[in-house]
Design a protein around this ligand. Structure first.
Ligand SMILES: *Cc1c(COP(=O)(O)O)cnc(C)c1O
Length: 383
């Protein structure tokens, strides 16, 4: 059975990227590696909208989230966590583990956080040292207004930490211009690579915070990263770096505008197709919908756990459902990275066949038809 991933990380890895890493390991202090790392270090900053270095470390995304907390703050610092989903909760948990005092600006799962509420929370807690926000909240598909949140803290000492792990590339992000201080990303989302690399971009304000933090980080130490830059502080994930080098080439060939247009079209097609099949779009405000995934509540009588199981056992397709209280109710169609119109046709083909197996009634082909129609028309309309 052919295996397919319609998940928001890990994502399907194009053969070209798999093959880039399938060669003998080159030593990390060799001239060849130096050349490779030089090109990677040149290629990453423009993707973050920064003129400063972007550091690459061997870890999953969560490692980068923890590193940001460990390096920029000290126990007993007060911070604000903007939270509207599973990854906002993860930021809260990491901060608490490090002994920080956490104030939360919470918003229901499926909604985006109103920046005005963040400004109010800051007025209430002017002593905070940091503000954490997730750009694309992958647990629900909601996009937070990181630009407006960045603006609140722009001319203050508050360090704004952004989890852009799934949102980077797919949605615009202009770190320097928006006044963001720590921006995190990872290899297994928009970069189309296997999991294992994370990227960290830091502003001058973030460096000031790092220098005054008393944390004991060693492997995770940003100062150590800076000390060894452009090379890595310890054995890097060589095979993944070979893949990353190729991924940057692929992104350059498509160009970010077309990459974003493709994702916008995938999002729109998935949303229309899901509605056609009787699902209910989970994110209500269209302009707050992330193009990383499309989430929807299942029609009456359909248990999504059963649906997801049928998809994987009968059709080799892995899709994820809701996390926490949304388990059994929500499906999340992942289409970040290399996904194209034909991938989405396959996803909806499998979805329709599984729904028929589960006894759901609809016109077969109507979901796939929406994907075809949307790619035929909407793709031209998207800016
Ligand atoms: C994928 C993801 C993460 C990191 O998850 P890992 O499994 O540790 O790589 C963090 N935040 C968001 C928004 C994500 O999408």
């Amino acid at each position: 059975m052919k295996l397919r991933l319609a998940t928001p990380g890990p994502t399907e890895v194009p053969q070209r990227l798999l093959l880039a890493g399938a060669r003998e390991i080159i030593h990390h202090r060799s001239a060849e590696m130096e050349e490779l790392i030089h090109e990677i270090n040149e290629g990453l900053p423009p993707l973050f909208g920064t003129s400063r270095p972007v550091y690459t470390i061997a870890t999953s995304g969560t490692g980068a989230m923890e590193a940001a907390v460990a390096n920029c703050f000290s126990a007993e610092d007060e911070v604000l966590v903007v939270s509207n989903g599973y990854f906002g909760e993860r930021f809260q948990a990491i901060c608490r583990n490090y002994g920080l005092t956490v104030h939360v600006v919470e918003s229901d799962w499926g909604t985006s956080v109103d920046p005005q509420r963040v400004a109010e929370a800051y007025a209430q807690h002017p002593q905070i040292r940091g503000a954490f926000v997730v750009y694309s909240e992958t647990s629900t598909g909601a996009l937070n207004d990181v630009e407006a949140i960045g603006r609140i803290f722009r001319d203050t000492d508050v360090v704004v930490v952004v989890d852009a792990i799934s949102g980077l590339l797919v949605h615009p992000l202009d770190m320097d211009d928006w006044g963001l201080d720590v921006v995190l990303a990872a290899s297994h989302k928009g970069f189309m690579l296997p999991p294992g690399l994370a990227f960290i971009a830091l502003s001058d304000k973030a460096w000031t915070a790092v220098e005054s933090s008393s944390g004991p980080a060693y492997y995770w130490s940003f100062e150590r990263l800076r000390h060894f830059y452009p090379m890595s502080s310890s054995s890097p994930a060589v095979s993944l770096l070979l893949g990353l080098h190729e991924s940057l080439k692929m992104l350059g060939e498509e160009g970010l505008p077309d990459f974003r247009k493709r994702h916008a079209t995938l999002g729109r097609a998935a949303e229309r197709a899901l509605r056609e099949l009787g699902f209910c779009t989970f994110i209500q405000e269209p302009h707050r919908r992330s193009h990383v995934i499309t989430s929807a509540l299942a029609p009456e009588g359909i248990d999504t756990s059963q649906l997801l199981k049928t998809l994987s056992t009968q059709y080799g397709l892995t899709m994820t459902g809701g996390q926490a209280h949304l388990k059994g109710k929500l499906i999340r169609v992942g289409h970040v990275g290399a996904a194209d119109a034909l991938d989405l046709c396959a996803v909806f083909g499998a979805l329709e066949m599984s729904l028929l197996t589960l006894g759901h009634r609809f016109t077969p082909g109507s979901g796939v038809g929406e994907v075809v129609r949307t790619f035929h028309t909407f793709h031209e309309e998207v800016k």
